[in-house]
Design a protein around this ligand. Sequence first.
Ligand code: GA4
Length: 330
Amino acid sequence: MVVLSQPAFDHVSLIEAYKPTTLFNGIPVVDLSDPSAKTLIVKACEEFGFFKVVNHGVPLEFLNTLEAQALKFFNMSQSQKDMAGPPDPFGYGNKRIGPNGDVGWIEYLLLNTNPEIISHKSIFILQENRENFRCAVNNYIKAVKNMTLQVLELMADGLGIEQRSVFSKMLKDERSDCCFRVNYYPPCPELQALNGENLIGFGEHTDPQIISVLRSNDTSGLQICLKDGTWVSVAPDQNSFFINVGDSLQVLTNGRFRSVKHRVLAGPKKSRLSMIYFGGPALSEKIAPIPSLLAEGQKSLYKEFTWCEYKMSAYKSRLADNRLSLFEKD
Ligand code: GA4
């Protein structure tokens, strides 16, 4: 732990030191138009719980427009942005993540997506910008959700599940519990004096939902944890999406797919902006292994729970906790 006295760091606890990590070039890349996509997706979910999607069909214009609109928001004055917070969990957040004391070098907007983005706590606060921002978010989410449904159907197909819609129907459900996050990691120039030390933007965690779909600008910072516990850096690619397996998908596949641990480091020079769509099921949905994925006599590794129970338990946890361990059978 490095302790800094610069006034820029008003939460000393968010400074942590890590050895610099090299860029990892083994991230699986899945071309959605490739007939072998379903096989590659299954392999990637088993090995990494993480992959990159290219040829995704989402118009790049949606990505760039939303990025520009989000930057307009984060460039507003602090007092204006604060009018859209504090998060409950939705709304504008600054440094504090979740309700249990986690902090990071980050500002964010967390939005509920069902059925469409609803103006929440004056998030779309800039009057003249309000409609543009809302429209950019809605266009983006609609297109990304469609792509996500396609990926989930390829997953089910690749796993040999007869009902291709077994996962996608959970997100298609009008009561599905999906949310959307825009994370802004401001540059931290003081870092330059720190000779290779790093600053945590978003601490290590797994996502509780079924699937998360991330798009970032051209700034690095994202790291994932490999099976052997090594942390590796993911090269940014602003025209592609990165898919994370969430805890719920790990359970639905009885541990065959890995919910990937990931984190974000802040940088000294460039700001990082990422947008993440989190696909969660309806609150009443039972999260249990798909029966056809269990070999004869094989039992679920997890106690039965609903998404509502898991979500409530997640909100009592700290970011880095192993949330699924509470639901593992002894
Ligand atoms: C991690 C994934 C999503 O960003 C999120 C986060 C949520 C929040 O920021 O409100 C949580 C975190 C996330 C898991 C544990 C709890 C809840 C913060 C936190 C400490 C929106 C989500 O669904 O779970």
